[in-house]
Design a protein around this ligand. Structure first.
Ligand code: PAF
Length: 290
């Protein structure tokens, strides 16, 4: 176990578990912030938020190969580890968990966590196997840490729903907190992948949030949801997005399509810009209800 600037570093599940056991034996509650690094203000908001409800905070940094498809950006994914550690030194974080790939997935690793329909729709349709990779690594992180609480951002809304379901289905006992999306001043949701956008794409990108806000308002004024989804796709294409993978009003827990805004819903969209898929979503509560 190394230590730098007061931030403990764990490299193996055993090291982390020993520290967590000692904290919990002393009556302290432990929180986990799972990340893939390339930390931005959105991640730091997760650290701040969980620190309000636990006594010790661990941030895990692991670029998980099993949640990337063969044609995706696993190799290119940013890994600024020194910058990440420096950013955490100013945060209410007590430790980082930095396993390597061989520790997470030894050669004879053979278990995976399937999440059924929830993992096959929306993102699951465009990224086959993605949620199996996420569910497996999150199960490992929760198991290795035995954290009392873990926190995930609403930016990856489907991921949050999948994790809540797996924690419930597998009786993992970890409390799952959700944190709101952190945005740039122009509305673009923070994401490590925003670094892939050139100046031209960056100028188009905030149209995703603007479009979702317009659809939300129209839905709350009684607009027909399927027509609004088509309108959303049209607006995004007109703004300069190359393709729209989906733009859809869904039930916030089952992620099934809804036909009327008669209860709170989630509007989720993914649009492609300069080869990058940008995700965003909004809660849509019926006006005067929900
Ligand atoms: O959201 C992420 O950064 C990742 O999907 C997670 C939850 C850390 C699992 O690798």
């Amino acid at each position: 176990m190394d230590e730098a600037k007061g931030l403990q570093q764990f490299r193996t599940p055993g090291e982390m578990r020993m520290a967590v056991r000692a904290w919990q034996a002393a009556g302290l509650r432990v929180g986990l912030v799972p990340t893939m690094g390339a930390l931005h203000a959105g991640h730091l908001s997760l650290v701040e938020r969980i620190a309000e409800v636990v006594d010790r905070v661990i941030v895990s940094i692991f670029v998980n190969p099993t949640q990337f498809g063969p044609d995706e950006d696993f190799a290119a994914y940013p890994r600024p580890i020194a910058r990440d550690l420096a950013a955490l030194a100013d945060q209410p974080a007590d430790a980082v968990y930095l396993p390597d790939a061989a520790t997470m997935y030894p050669e004879d690793f053979s278990t995976s966590v399937q999440v059924g329909t929830l993992g096959k729709i929306l993102e699951g349709k465009f990224r086959p196997g993605h949620f199996e990779g996420v569910a497996t690594v999150v199960t490992k992180l929760l198991g290795a840490s035995r954290a009392d609480v873990a926190i995930f951002g609403e930016k990856d809304y489907q991921q949050l729903v999948v994790i809540r379901r797996l924690v419930r289905d597998l009786d993992l006992g970890t409390e799952i907190l959700a944190a709101p999306i952190v945005r740039e001043p122009d509305g673009l949701a923070l994401s490590s992948r925003n670094a892939y956008l050139d100046a031209q794409a960056r100028a188009v990108a905030p149209a995703l949030y603007r479009t979702l806000c317009a659809l939300k308002k129209a839905a709350q004024s009684g607009g027909e949801l399927r027509a609004l989804e088509r309108e959303g796709v049209r607006r995004l294409r007109e703004a300069g997005f190359e393709a729209v993978d989906y733009c859809t009003f869904r039930d916030p827990e089952t992620l099934q399509e809804i036909s009327r805004l008669d209860r709170p819903a989630r509007l989720l969209a993914v649009a492609r810009l300069a080869g990058t898929r940008l995700l965003d979503n909004l809660e849509v509560v019926p006006i005067g209800g929900g």
